[in-house]
Write a protein that binds this ligand. Structure first.
Ligand code: NIG
Ligand code: FE
Length: 412
């Protein structure tokens, strides 16, 4: 099946085959074609160019996109979409003055979600999570990473990863799974953290590997959660089972997690709300993508990742949602892009690069996703008629999406 889309006001994020990520000053450049056409064949991008050179193609379907802009689907490289229940009460408790840390210390937070998860059946978790997945697809996300980490028991972690696998099989959105058994020390192991880490390494990981349930390994490297030493031990074990590290670091404290991630060739280091000059220096000339989560900063009222300093240092940067019940109950990449512009002073070009091609890199899929490139997946957003792509972050509360294509098919 061939679809021809014509009269596109502007086609964004045109990249040559082989461009994996964008760094430093280049992030400020977003290659586009004005007055363009786009041809898709089956699930792939087959051709594109200026309307002046529109080839005489027979198409099964032609779409007139006069006044509209097309950009690749968002690539959300950090989420915890699979969970059970919610944490609305903790949200209200924080409004009334409690901190995220105080709530965690009284046994709430991640442990609260772990209780909900372990009490729920696999079917209940699937049904609750698919609603969120369908929602983010309608918001323009075409590829998403989903973490475990609310089980904190063998059964719970495996249950979460099986739900992720089932979602991946049933939906056209690309899904990567990350094992985050080291999200918190569960209550049962409060006095025996070594025992829990041994269980992750000797029992959870072999089972996950045997059933091919994850591609990545994650650890919440943070004061009160997992130390740098423990993070290294868990990353090493994950690597042994073929999982590449993507880790939570520098959310509240800079304790050396970035350096540990780089040492183990992490695909990404995520959060980065608290960054020292040494942390920025360490990321230079590495293969590790820094990932910022501005809607988490927004929801928890914590600092935003210092994007300007990082881009000025020549680093790449990716943007993701962190969609989870505690720190970011939102999976809206449009809001993330707008918040990065408004609060982190990223330009629209930088934010779109960060939310597409660099997000794809942070999931290891930039050869198939994240740009308008011949041979990549036909995953893209057609906007409503808008004056320019500046409108995407500018009109931060509006839904500017007209249609979504995933794998070459319209999503309704
Ligand atoms: O990325 N920081 C660690 N994990 C999640 C939040 C976990 C939770 O509060 O449920 C995050 O923000
Ligand atoms: Fe997270």
């Amino acid at each position: 099946m061939t679809t021809l889309i014509i009269n596109i006001k502007e086609l964004l994020q045109i990249r040559e085959i082989g461009v994996a990520k964008i760094s430093g000053a280049a992030m400020g450049i977003l290659p586009t074609i004005k007055n363009a056409y786009l041809i898709i064949k089956d699930n792939l991008i087959a051709d594109f160019g200026s309307m002046d050179i529109l080839p005489k193609t027979k198409a099964d379907q032609t779409i007139d996109a006069t006044g509209k802009i097309i950009l690749p689907s968002w690539c959300d490289s950090h989420t915890h979409i699979v969970y059970a229940g919610n944490r609305e009460q903790e949200f209200v408790d924080r409004i009334n003055g409690m901190s995220y840390e105080e709530i965690a210390n009284r046994g709430g937070g991640i442990l609260n979600s772990a209780k909900n998860l372990n009490d729920a059946t696999e079917e209940e978790i699937y049904n609750q999570s698919k609603v969120r997945l369908e929602e983010v697809m309608r918001l323009g996300t075409g590829a998403v990473e989903i973490k475990s980490g609310y089980g904190l028991t063998i059964d719970g972690e495996l249950k979460m990863l099986r739900v992720i696998k089932q979602l991946a099989q049933n939906y056209p959105i690309s899904i990567k799974a990350t094992f985050l058994g080291a999200h918190a020390i569960p209550l049962a192991y409060k006095e025996d953290r070594k025992g829990y880490i041994d269980m992750i390494i000797n029992h959870m990981l072999p089972e996950i590997s045997k059933n091919s349930l994850a591609q990545f390994i994650d650890v919440f490297c943070e004061t009160g959660y997992f130390t740098v030493e423990e993070t290294e031990e868990i990353m090493n074990a994950g690597i042994h089972f073929g999982l590449k590290p993507k880790i939570h670091v520098n959310q509240f404290n800079s304790i050396g997690g970035i350096q540990a991630g780089i040492k183990h060739n992490a695909l990404s280091v995520d959060h980065l709300e608290v960054m020292t000059p040494e942390d920025i220096e360490a990321l230079k000339n590495t293969n590790t993508m820094p990932v910022a989560l501005p809607s988490c900063s927004y929801f928890l009222s914590i600092p935003y990742t210092p994007a300007r300093a990082m881009i000025a240092a020549g680093l790449p940067l990716a943007l993701a949602t962190d969609y989870n019940p505690g720190s970011t109950p939102s999976g809206n990449m449009n809001f993330v892009v707008a918040t990065a512009c408004i609060k982190m002073k990223m330009t629209p070009e930088e934010a779109i690069n960060a939310a597409t091609i660099n997000g794809a890199y942070a999931m290891g899929i930039s050869d198939t996703h994240g740009s308008i490139t011949i041979g990549k997946k036909a995953n893209f957003i057609i906007t409503k008629p808008i004056p320019s792509y500046y409108q995407l972050p500018y009109a931060f509360g509006s839904n500017l999406i007209d249609r979504i294509f995933l794998e070459g098919k319209i999503i309704t």
